[in-house]
Design a protein around this ligand. Sequence first.
Ligand code: DX5
Ligand code: ZN
Length: 216
Amino acid sequence: MKFLAPSILSADFTKLADDLNKTIEGGADWIHCDVMDGIFVPNISFGPMIVAAVNRITGLTKDVHLMIKNPDALIPEFAKAGADYITVHQEEVVHLHRTLSLIKSCGAKAGIAINPATPFSTLTDIAEYADLILVMTVNPGFGGQSFISSCLKKIEQAADFREKNNLNYLIEVDGGITSMNIKEVSDAGCDVFVAGSSVFSSGNIIESTKTLKNLI
Ligand code: DX5
Ligand code: ZN
């Protein structure tokens, strides 16, 4: 099963419900929420209040990507706001096993993200505890950046490792996904496709969602 997860980072926040309803009409499966604190990444986006607003707009899976320092302090708030998946960064969290347990104890599914410079091999001892592994294909912080194709090999590594070890995490890819590369990402083994600007900045949200969905 493959899921398209439009990222609201590129939506028009003056009409968030309209933009979300359009992408849902186009076939969006999950809604990706990019949380940035201006410290872990050089940009600030939003917190649990917006996730709660998304939760009031749609019952679709809320996929919360925490690009923040010390995520443990806010994980319970995001879970209360309606997050179904909460993903933290390997580069930030020292005690990943503890943090994944915290996410699960709050009733959400637990994900781990790796930046373009972080090898998949950093996850081999923790992958069995993850519900989702997020391979970043841009440096996190902004929408609309170009896909870093050298990251494709990590999707294949995550898929091989899952098969060899009989694990069942989902593989998510985030950053620079467009109609030009989404097929290649899918063929590499991706299950969940995050798309921000290629959905919301396209001029026609319903059509661009449909186009991406048809390619995965
Ligand atoms: C980047 C975010 C992404 C971003 C993707 O830090 O994690 O989810 O919204 O945007 P696009 O699809 O425009 O690269
Ligand atoms: Zn993201």
